[in-house]
Ligand binder design. Structure first.
Ligand code: FAD
Length: 443
């Protein structure tokens, strides 16, 4: 039976918290869902009382805070089933990638998971899903076979490319604007091991390392995924001594092929400059989270991004380098390959012509206000304006996830189609505590 928690009742604070601590949900009522019927009951209740709905699995991608309304917490719905012969996995709304990866690993299979295995698999996939195997196999959203979703009218539907093509297109990229997904079935890929890790260089030579990295990415085979992060690492004992407290340029790679081939591909980067630290090794896919080593504890951050055709390294260093007015963790992710090809079944994921994703993260630790940080990020984006194609939904979170920026995650015609479908499925915009796509004024 569905459990509900009202404001002030035991368990309220524990249930409403999540990874992105810059956004605080304070709903009137929390539904702690255990199955699709619980989600149906929660959506029906919200619709009957015209209450706005927020959905949360892990809280990694929170944007608009729930101040009242209903929060549907899916984190108990963690079931995962691997269909080995069909090479697919089905999982519940609350499953994290590490749970899916662990079920797939004994079969020598892997999903299109990303840098952080503690991220929710459903939210990630519906938001596009840029993974370590994506240059070879595309966006995770494009590998979805079937979706179970409760639409804003409270109806539980099984949505595939054949049964409800509009909704199938919309949910894969439009994420949480069209209902609460109770479960997904996605394709898996025969990848058991990766040659991966990080190469850390002194930030004193950041411009040279960025330029070397950009030239290196021009001729890579699709199984080589990589990114370059520019950041000052905290002066904390958990950080390896060679990079502790230092401004570092760190290349992260994940090669889904033979380690010997991976080493050959890496040779130009290894020869470019001395490394402060290198962690590249042959590893099981289940250890892929160690490549980026993303933080696991909740943290308040401003997360923005732009998708780029070309990247201006001098402008990047000028506005996001060690002398930036606020500390910025800038990461360049190499795209292209399968990400640039049209998917077999079209989805709402946009801007496939981009060559790089430039994502920016700044901790909001109270010393600098959000407006100051957001303005500093804007200057970085503006410095790249000649190469910008749009934004990536998944890399926009916290207070920076405005309606205007969400619009820029889609091709203009696709956004208009999303607005028309929003008007059809959620005319009152009850699902607005999210990366919102407002309904078209009339359809
Ligand atoms: C450290 C870190 C690393 C990341 N790495 C990557 C990466 O490599 N690649 C990438 O593509 N993204 C990455 N992301 C972004 C991440 O994929 C998104 O933030 C994603 O939305 C997180 O989903 P969640 O369920 O964990 O978070 P939540 O905050 O719980 O949910 C995020 C959004 O998805 C919606 N949502 C969640 N579940 C459902 C559901 N069942 N039905 C409908 N809507 C739902 C929610 O409404 C919410 O708006 C990363 C984020 C972080 C913080």
């Amino acid at each position: 039976m569905t459990d509900t928690i009202r404001r002030g009742e035991a368990g309220y604070d524990e249930e409403r918290t999540g990874f992105q601590a810059a956004v605080e949900h304070r709903p009137d009522l929390i539904y702690t869902a255990e199955n699709a019927a619980d989600i149906g009951a929660a959506v029906e209740f919200a619709a009957a009382h015209r209450l706005p709905v927020a959905v949360q699995a892990t809280g990694h991608g929170r944007s608009v805070p729930a101040s009242g309304g209903v929060l549907i917490s899916t984190r108990r719905m963690t079931g995962v089933r691997v269909h080995k012969d069909a090479r697919t996995a089905s999982f519940g709304a609350g499953a994290r990638w590490d749970q899916v990866i662990d079920e797939c690993a004994p079969h020598g299979l892997a999903p299109l998971s990303g840098s952080a295995p503690h991220v929710g698999a459903v939210g990630y996939t519906l938001g596009g899903g840029l993974g370590l195997l994506s240059r070879q196999h595309g966006y995770a959203a494009d590998t979805v076979r079937s979706i179970e979703v409760v639409t804003p009218d409270g109806v539980l539907r099984t949505v595939t490319a054949d049964t409800e093509p509009d909704l199938f297109w919309t949910l894969r990229g439009g994420r949480d604007n069209f209902g609460v997904v109770t479960g997904l079935e996605v394709e898996l890929f025969p990848v058991a091991r990766l040659y991966g890790g990080g190469l850390s260089y002194s930030g004193d030579r950041a411009q040279f390392i960025v330029d070397t990295y950009l030239s290196w990415t021009e001729a890579l085979p699709e199984p080589m995924a990589s990114s370059l992060a520019l950041a000052r690492f905290p002066d904390l004992p958990v950080i390896p001594e060679p990079i502790r407290g230092r401004y570092v340029a760190q290349v992260r790679i994940a090669y889904a092929g033979e380690p010997g081939e991976g080493a050959e591909l890496l040779a130009p980067l290894r020869a470019a400059a001395p490394r402060l630290l290198e962690t590249v090794r042959d590893m099981p896919y289940a250890q892929s989270g160690s490549i980026h080593n993303d933080p696991v504890e909740p943290v308040a951050t401003c997360n923005t991004n732009v998708l780029l055709r070309t990247l201006d390294s001098a402008a990047l260093l000028e506005h996001a380098g060690p002398d930036a007015p606020v500390p910025i963790i800038a990461e360049i992710r190499h795209l292209g390959g399968a990400l640039a090809r049209p998917p077999a079944v079209p989805s709402a994921v946009g801007h496939r012509d981009a060559s790089y994703l430039l994502s920016l993260v700044t901790p909001l630790d109270g010393s600098t206000g959000f407006e100051t940080v957001d303005a500093a990020h804007h200057r970085v984006h503006d410095g790249q304006r000649r190469g910008v194609t749009g934004r990536a939904l998944n890399f926009l979170s916290g207070p920076a996830a405005t309606v205007d920026r969400v619009r820029e995650a889609y091709e203009p015609e696709d956004h208009r189609r999303l607005q028309r479908l929003k008007a059809q499925y959620d005319p009152d915009n009850l699902f607005r505590l999210n990366h919102n796509i407002p309904p078209a004024a009339s359809v």
